[in-house]
Design a protein around this ligand. Structure first.
Ligand SMILES: [Zn+2]
Length: 304
């Protein structure tokens, strides 16, 4: 045993022996501080762009003299979130909420829009989001009033916001919300910042087309991305480098799974065997890689 370690053990034993003599309970370990349930943050370098976070979901809103453009109500399973979101907006401005724009059709991002609609907002989403939501009739889900097909520009109180469809990726209804002056995008669930997409992120997804969508999104003139989840590193904004890393991960995943599929290895043993050691430093790699291989095996091996 190294000498320093031996001394350490001896000292620890002495403290252990002394502690009870003083009748003191050992100090309780300090719990890690948990973040507040919600927060509103102005995006650095902008005049009027904010991120509203509630627990692990985020939405962007833009404040203009003529009204507010809000996005994703993020109220799934917690209806109080929309009220909190609106109250946070109203701390900044009394201007009306003119728009509520859905990033895509998944409920965890867009359930709970009724208080926005009641406040007079027009609800906008991609055409397929409206079709799906109208058919699903989900609880607490407001069906969009208006649609976007490939592109739509919203101008309000001096702000220009472009709603751009860059193709199927994590869903078939994802809109990139692009602020050209601020060189910012709000993009949800199809670019995990420095992480492997989760099981839920690949469930309803479009391999290969996802890569094309990333390329089209990368071609837009932006520097920073507001993500729909705070992501690794606690709430930073995304960069093109993150998106390039996501694209590289998917390109490699797709090529490796295709090889396994051509060798008759999908789903088994590919889901256990196909691994991307170059990408193992991405957050969530261990937990999620098998699900990603499974989804891509479905695509290459079964045409689904
Ligand atoms: Zn989603």
């Amino acid at each position: 045993m190294p000498r320093i370690q031996a001394i350490g053990i001896a000292v620890a034993a002495m403290i252990g022996a002394i502690g009870p003599a003083f009748g003191q309970a050992p100090p309780a370990p300090t719990p890690a501080p948990s973040p507040p349930p919600f927060a509103t943050t102005k995006v650095d370098g902008t005049d009027n762009v904010y991120v509203f976070r509630y627990q692990n979901h985020q939405a962007m809103f833009v404040v203009t003299p003529a009204g507010v453009i809000a996005t994703d109500p993020i109220s799934y399973g917690r209806p109080q979130t929309a009220q909190t979101y609106i109250a946070e907006i109203q701390k900044i401005t009394k201007a009306p909420i003119k728009y509520l724009i859905y990033s895509h059709h998944h409920y965890d991002h867009i359930a709970g829009g009724k208080p926005f609609k009641d406040a007079g907002a027009t609800v906008i989403a991609h055409r397929r989001a409206k079709e799906r939501l109208a058919a699903l009739k989900g609880r607490d889900v407001v069906v969009p009033d208006q649609i976007v097909d490939q592109k739509r520009t919203i101008k309000l109180g001096g702000t220009t916001l472009e709603l751009i469809y860059t193709g199927r990726n994590h869903s078939d209804s994802s809109l990139v919300m692009f602020l050209p002056k601020e060189r910012l995008i709000f993009a949800v669930d199809f670019n995990a910042l420095g992480a492997v997409p989760s099981r839920l992120a690949v469930n309803d997804s479009y391999p290969v087309e996802w890569e094309e969508s990333l390329k089209r999104t990368l071609a837009l003139n932006w520097d920073r991305q507001i993500p729909g989840h705070p992501g690794p590193g606690g709430g930073r904004l995304g960069t093109k480098k993150d998106m390039e890393e996501q694209l590289a991960f998917m390109t490699e995943l797709s090529a490796e799974v295709k090889k396994a599929s051509d060798a008759g290895k999908c789903f088994d043993p590919a889901t256990k065997d196909v691994r991307l050691p170059n990408r193992a430093t991405l957050q969530g790699y261990e937990q999620n890689i098998e699900w990603n291989v499974h989804r891509w095996c479905g695509y290459w091996g079964r045409g689904i």
